[in-house]
Design a protein around this ligand. Structure first.
Ligand SMILES: Cc1cc2nc3c(=O)[nH]c(=O)nc-3n(C[C@H](O)[C@H](O)[C@H](O)COP(=O)(O)O)c2cc1C
Length: 153
């Protein structure tokens, strides 16, 4: 869905797209993600980020704080693996599949790494989420992290 991914010229670290289904591994690992495929190298910034996700079909809703991975997931794939953006929304329950979102990559947390085991990756994901919370708190965005009821439509 190349044409649906648009990199904003003014800010190359904003990515918009329609959420695709992943391998569902994220759910099994306890960290569900909203996935956007990235066409080629159109979006720079491989690594793990703290960011904000806006649900474009709910223009009045607050953005959500997220821990976002950009890259080829070297734990599971080699260099030819698909380049993907995966956003784990903090304190969010709900299915975003098929919905348009905008992801803002705000603070780079670390590079992508190949982990020796799934357990090691899961431990790091816990740290990434804590770091994303820390970034939001430092940026004065705690109010966005309050658990709120998600209304399915
Ligand atoms: C915050 C965050 C950080 C991640 N960091 C890495 C990483 O360093 N290396 C890696 O191989 N995959 C990383 N991933 C991707 C996970 O491997 C991926 O989310 C998981 O395998 C689920 O994939 P699926 O959505 O295709 O099921 C990260 C994902 C998130 C949400």
């Amino acid at each position: 869905m190349e044409e649906e991914i648009m990199q904003k010229a003014a800010d190359p670290l904003i990515v918009e797209g329609v959420v695709e289904t992943g391998a569902q591994r994220g759910r099994e690992l306890g960290f569900p993600t909203a996935n956007l495929s990235l066409a080629g190298d159109a979006v720079r910034g491989d690594g793990v980020w703290a960011g904000l996700v806006r649900l474009l079909d709910e223009p009045d809703s607050w953005p959500r704080v997220a821990a976002v991975s950009v890259g080829r997931r070297p734990t599971f794939y080699d260099r030819r693996g698909p380049r993907l953006l995966e956003a784990h929304l903090l304190d969010f329950r709900g299915d975003l599949y098929g919905r348009p979102i905008r992801v803002e990559l705000c603070q780079r947390l670390r590079p992508m790494r190949a982990f020796g085991s799934v357990e090691a990756l899961v431990r790091q994901l816990g740290d990434d989420i804590a770091d994303a919370r820390g970034w939001a708190a430092a940026a004065g965005l705690e109010a966005l992290q309050r658990d709120r009821v998600h209304v399915d439509r």
